[in-house]
Design a protein around this ligand. Sequence first.
Ligand SMILES: CC(C)(COP(=O)(O)OP(=O)(O)OC[C@H]1O[C@@H](n2cnc3c(N)ncnc32)[C@H](O)[C@@H]1O)[C@@H](O)C(=O)NCCC(=O)NCCS
Ligand SMILES: Nc1ncnc2c1ncn2[C@@H]1O[C@H](COP(=O)(O)OP(=O)(O)OP(=O)(O)O)[C@@H](O)[C@H]1O
Length: 198
Amino acid sequence: MIIGLTGGIATGKSTVSGLLKEKGFAIIDADVAARKVVEPGQAALERIIEVFGSEIVTEEGTLNREKLGAIVFHEEAKRKQLNAIVHPAVREWMLSEKEKAVQAGSRTIILDIPLLFESKLEWMAERTLLVYAAPAVQLSRLMKRNNYSEPEAAARINAQMPIEDKKALADDIIDNSGPLNATKQQVEDWITRLNLCV
Ligand SMILES: CC(C)(COP(=O)(O)OP(=O)(O)OC[C@H]1O[C@@H](n2cnc3c(N)ncnc32)[C@H](O)[C@@H]1O)[C@@H](O)C(=O)NCCC(=O)NCCS
Ligand SMILES: Nc1ncnc2c1ncn2[C@@H]1O[C@H](COP(=O)(O)OP(=O)(O)OP(=O)(O)O)[C@@H](O)[C@H]1O
């Protein structure tokens, strides 16, 4: 069974994927992929430099994520340009990691993809699981975790499909608005209901 795990920024995808990993499930994380494909020497980084200029990398030649984030989360056209460079390479990496997990005998594979619905990637999974948090909770957790001002956090949230809209698209929902143990219980119940094996 291939599961597409998604959510909004800071709604708790990593928290839930961490719980699933502890139980032994195979997790393939698009945020990890998005970092790997822009490492020095990768074609995607060269393209980013062509489009955003050489000031987008540090003296060591690595991507200046803070600088790029400040641009793309405030300008949709620039974000689309970045997505067009990075997303094809991310998808390729995800599919190849999924194949490795299948070969290794994993019976359930979790694809953690923040932009699953925005990028219409439902075809990559048999079932989708949304990690939801109420919008006010999402905003305050994001501000706290990243030390963002409210406008900085809101810009990032607004770069995604509203979390309430994602609710209508998901097969299953874990509500992570409450305390961690309530989330843990929902994860246990979901595994039992779907009869998932690692
Ligand atoms: C702009 C970048 C350099 C900012 O890096 P930063 O370290 O600050 O953030 P990080 O990569 O950890 O992402 C944090 C979260 O932001 C959200 N996010 C990231 N990129 C995007 C995007 N293009 N559109 C909407 N939301 C996004 C996701 O929820 C993600 O989980 C980076 O996010 C990036 O390269 N984004 C493009 C690739 C992408 O779409 N990644 C998301 C999953 S494939
Ligand atoms: N149930 C909870 N109660 C309190 N804090 C939580 C809870 N779940 C997650 N958090 C905190 O909220 C923040 C966001 O959670 P997490 O990093 O798991 O989200 P995410 O969806 O993976 O984020 P991103 O989209 O940026 O990758 C973290 O600081 C985390 O510790």
